[in-house]
Write a protein that binds this ligand. Sequence first.
Ligand code: NDP
Length: 283
Amino acid sequence: MTARLLDGKAVAARVRGEVLARTVALAARGLVPGLAVVLVGEDPASAVYVRSKAKAARECGVAAFDYTLPKEISEAELLTLVRSLNDDPTVHGILVQLPLPSHIRTRKVIEAISPEKDVDGFHPLNVGLLAQGTPRFVPCTPLGCMTLLAEAGAELAGARAIVIGRSNIVGKPMAALLTARDATVTLAHSRTRDLAGEILRADVIVAALGRAEAIRGEWIKPGAIVIDVGINRTAEGKLIGDVEFAAAAERASAITPVPGGVGPMTIAMLLANTVDAAASVTV
Ligand code: NDP
């Protein structure tokens, strides 16, 4: 392997350390940042994720308020809870774990979250601010990818970047962030013709398509930086990314592993957003 490994665990630990330093400083002013984490139903993957968010929050001096609700809860009841959290001065960030059960309109719930407490960055107002190049809260996974690109020393201005996947959670905000940093951005998706050719031209590759090792090592331009967002579970229960890691690492200058790359960054950036939210109410 010739690529430098971008150690998301180590970078995330550093970001969490910075968050802790900020929460200590805020506590000295009598302010404890609070994060409400709302989980509807008992999807095991979501439950694990929510628990690790709450644990990481507490370790960083952020108060975590857990709301685990039965999957039968009505949309109206969930909206009532969100509104009460909007009004609660001890809560600075609100996260509603997705996906929600099908009888609840996700859009309604996201739109009910106060944009000032929308630490996931999914509210249309925050999406619009990012699109206009004046971001407030940015979705945590793409924000983590940007931090890893900084760690890699990526020269983004003028670079050719490709994002594979155009979801609202990862791909689209990632493309907006790279555009804001003056990269020339291609946003690829399932209808892209000649994906290999598009990737071969890119200096920076962000793979977020959710297809195990679909991005082949031979498609990586020598020296490119590869950020692999994908989390795919093999039949044997192993976690692998969207990029064919071993072959890509022979050509890239830097690459994230899966697991241990982008994954740990997401929670760290959530906590950073929560502290930003808390800090902004005191000004
Ligand atoms: P979505 O399923 O919402 O979006 C996938 C995107 O990839 C779509 O835009 C789709 O195109 C595109 N796509 C699918 N197949 C192909 C293909 N063969 N070629 C090119 N593009 C393709 O996924 P998410 O954005 O939510 O997640 C992407 C991956 O990232 C998943 O593996 C997920 O587990 C992981 N993830 C990891 C996180 C982390 O913390 N590390 C956080 C969030 C997600 P189209 O729009 O045309 O359908």
